[in-house]
Structures are given as C-alpha cells and as structure tokens.
Design a protein around this ligand. Structure first.
Ligand code: SUO
Length: 447
C-alpha cells in the first residue's frame, strides 16, 4: 500500500455571496430568502476553517470561486447590450434569474466533482468528474469553470484525469461528492466507493421523494463509476431514504459521512439500512477491512435536528494517532439533542474522540456546512507534488487571501444590490488579482 494524504479543497466564498432562496428542497436556502448577506464575513469564516485545519497538520487547499455574474447565461437567454444594460434589464424582467447568475454556490465544493483516488481506479490515475448539478439553474453551469479549475490544478495527465460533466438531463442528475463516500483502511489503500442516489430515472418502481426533488440519480452514479474505472467488487450503490429527502436532506452528506472504515450515519439515512450495511461490509471485505458503523438513532437525534444542526455535514478527519476528529458547525452546540449526543460520542470510547467547531453561519444560512465546503482528494506524495502548489493553504496564502477579501468584498449584499453594475465590476477585479495570488494565470475566461 502506498501512503496518501487526504487534501481538503475548500471553496473560497466569492464576493457575490447572497441569499436568493434558489434551492427548493434545501430548508435553509428557503428560510433565509432575500435576507442580507455578508460576503466578507462568509469568506473570512471559510478561510478561518482552512487555516485552523492546516495549522493542525491536515492537508488543506483552496478552490477558487467562479466569475459572477454569469453573463454567458444572461446573454444566452436574450439579455443584450453592454454589461450594464444586461444587468439592468435582467433586474427588471427576471430578478430571480439575475440572482442565479450571481450565485456564489460554487463555494460548496463537495458538489464540484466526484473524486476517485488512484488506488481505486483501473488506470492508476486520480479521476475527477465535474458534477452537472442540473437540478438547479443557479448551479447548472458551475461544471464549466469547475472542469477548467480542476484541469488547471491537476494538469499532469499521467497522474490525473478530469472528465467532463455528464449530459445535463434529469436522467443523469449528478451532485458530485455530496452523494459519494469512500471507505478504506487508509487513504492510500484500495477502498470502497459508496454512491447514494435519490431516484432512478428508468425504474418507476424505485423509491423516490414526494415533496422535494431527488437531485442524484442511480444512472449518474453508475456512469461516474464507469468513467473512473472502479472495481465493481468495491463499489456500492444505495438508495437514499426518500422520506428524509422530503424532510430537507437534499444531499446524502446532510445525513451521513464516512472516513477510513467508519460510517457515521443516521438510522433513517438509507432506504434499506440492513441491505446497505451488508453491501458495504462485503465490499469492504474485498478491500481487506471491516466496516465500523457509528449509528445515530431517531430517539437520540430526530431527523429535523440533524437537518437544523448539520450534525452529519461534518468533516471526519483522521488524526496522526489514528483517532478521528469531527469538524462541526456552531449550530451543533446550539441544538440541545445534538450537543448532548456529541458530548456522549466523544466520551464513548469509539473512533471519534474530538470535536472541532467552527462558525460558518454565513454558509449555513444557505444550507452549506463544513462538509459541503470541501472536496476531498486523497493523493500520494508524488501526486501531491505534481499538482499546482499555489492552492495549498499556508500561513502566507491565508494572509494574502484575507487581505484580498478585505480589499474587494462588501460586508452587505441585499437583493437590490444585484442591480448595481459596480458589484459586477468589483467581482471581476477581484478575480484578476486572485489569479495572480494563486499563480493560475488564465484560470478565468474574463474576456
Ligand atoms: N452542499 C450544500 C449546497 C447548498 C446549496 N445552496 C444553495 O445553492 C442556496 C443558494 C441560494 O438560495 O441563494 C444547494 O442547495 O445546492
């Protein structure tokens, strides 16, 4: 077995972060619609998490934001003239679409792509498939820049391959790593890739939610597994419980998280818990390890509390001593049932013996917790050396990015501010400088 480390690529929150209520099925997004956001604070909260985890010795990198507003989208649907004309008319005639074009949702990099480390793939390269995110207009074009960004960071084609997003149709709804977990004895060992889907396009009898959309299909998960050359003996597909989707669990990472051979999950997470665990156990047998389930039952934490606190949208990180830390948002402490549960968890003698807590309120108010904000990429030392180094979080980069945020970001954005052409100018100027800071000239198509 080769040694590998898990890099967490956190999304740097972009300067247009706002609350537009664009995600039907995501309770937080809907409840905070049209409230004022603070992009500066949002970005600083995310950077503080990256810095703290890097300082603890975890491998940490940053994924740059995307260019906003998305003029390509606005022009394609008939808004024309100068940029200012486009914005003014979109604001008058289609303010919600303007908000889509301004969305800073690429901050949630768990949705940027699905990643398979080289120890799982047939050709021994690290595979990425950008997620098409086609369930929501405001996210449906993220894959264009996500592909470009991943190809800029993971350029060496002997080691890395970045696949284009799947066809952007409902049959292939793909939400990336938010519905994908990898279980293995160690980051560098052959592992089990675990895909959780919300619906099956071509099987009307398969479970599916009634109220809210299921964003991920089985067909999409299978396509990604094929593209990545995964071993079927170490790949598991499981249906999410449609009832929890209807309670606001729009991605599986709102109700389960895995790391190493530990699966931390709510008893209601899966359509068939016993069958899912059975499939994982036998696949893990093919990867020479045992499953360690950490199961939370409804009496301890009702699904509503899990959704409100984002208990499972936590990062589960292996520490140098082999024990695990759970990275949770402040909301977990504020929720009585969850904080009681967590106190027992770390005292309980199980694999998780530490909590690391962050204030991520700006992102949380749009339904994005610690796990949504990061894309996991397990890399061998050679692979880590061959990726672009300018995105690795260091004290120096942290200081540069904080200064950059303070220079360009507003501390308040309300819906009406999206009509201000100056905001678009500020966003573009900030990205020009960011390309220089990260050493990625040409990262954006700013023409
Ligand atoms: N993984 C967390 C994703 C959260 C994201 N929220 C949003 O897009 C809300 C945007 C808004 O409502 O302004 C989503 O639902 O896909």
């Amino acid at each position: 077995m080769r040694t590998a480390r898990e890099f967490n690529f956190d999304g740097l929150v972009g300067p247009s972060h706002n609350y537009a209520g664009l995600s039907f099925g995501n309770v937080a997004s809907f409840s905070n619609v049209r409230s004022a956001s603070n992009p500066r604070q949002a970005a600083l909260q995310g950077l503080a998490k990256m810095r703290a985890l890097a300082a603890r010795g975890f491998a940490q990198a940053v994924m740059p934001p995307q260019a906003r507003p998305n003029f390509r989208l606005l022009r394609r649907i008939g808004f024309s003239g100068t940029d200012a004309d486009v914005l003014a008319r979109a604001w008058r005639e289609a303010p919600v679409i303007l908000a889509c074009a301004y969305s800073a949702a690429p901050m949630w990099t768990a949705n940027a792509a699905t990643v398979s480390p080289s120890s799982d793939t047939q050709d021994g390269r690290v595979h990425f498939t950008a997620a098409n995110l086609n369930n929501k207009l405001h996210r449906s074009e993220e894959h264009v820049q996500a592909t470009r960004t991943l190809r800029a960071i993971f350029k060496d084609s002997n080691r890395f391959v970045v696949h284009d997003a799947l066809p952007p149709v409902p049959a292939f709804g793909d939400e990336g790593a938010a519905n994908h977990t990898r279980l293995a004895s160690a980051h560098g060992a052959a592992g089990v890739e675990f895909f959780v889907y919300g619906r099956v396009e071509f099987d009307p009898s398969a479970p599916c939610p009634k109220k809210y959309p299921a964003r991920q299909t089985l067909e999409a998960s299978q396509a990604v597994a094929r593209l990545h050359g995964l071993d079927p003996a170490r790949t598991v597909f499981a249906a999410q419980n449609p009832d929890v989707i209807d309670q606001g669990v729009f991605h599986n990472d709102v109700i389960a998280v895995g790391n190493g051979n530990v699966l931390f999950y709510h008893e209601q997470a899966f359509f068939d818990e016993a069958a899912t665990l059975g499939a994982l156990r036998s696949a893990l047998g093919n990867a020479d390890t045992d499953l360690v389930p950490v199961r939370v039952d409804t009496r301890q934490v009702p699904v509503g509390d899990a959704v409100a606190s984002y208990l499972f949208n936590s990062q589960l990180l292996t520490k140098p001593d082999g024990r695990m830390a759970l990275v949770v948002p402040h909301e977990c402490r504020e929720n009585e049932a969850v904080s009681r549960y967590l106190a027992g968890l770390v005292e309980g003698g199980g694999p998780i013996d530490e909590l690391i807590e962050f204030d991520l309120r700006q992102s949380m108010r749009n339904g994005g917790g610690p796990a949504c904000l990061r894309l996991r990429v397990a890399l061998t030392d050679d692979e880590a050396r061959d990726m672009h180094q300018g995105v690795i979080m260091t004290e120096t980069l942290y200081a540069q990015l904080v200064a950059w945020v303070e220079k360009y970001y507003r501390d308040r954005v309300e819906p009406k501010d999206l009509a201000d052409p100056q905001l678009a100018i500020e966003c573009a100027a900030s990205l020009e400088e960011l390309e220089r800071i990260l050493g990625l000239p040409g990262l954006y198509d700013l023409s």
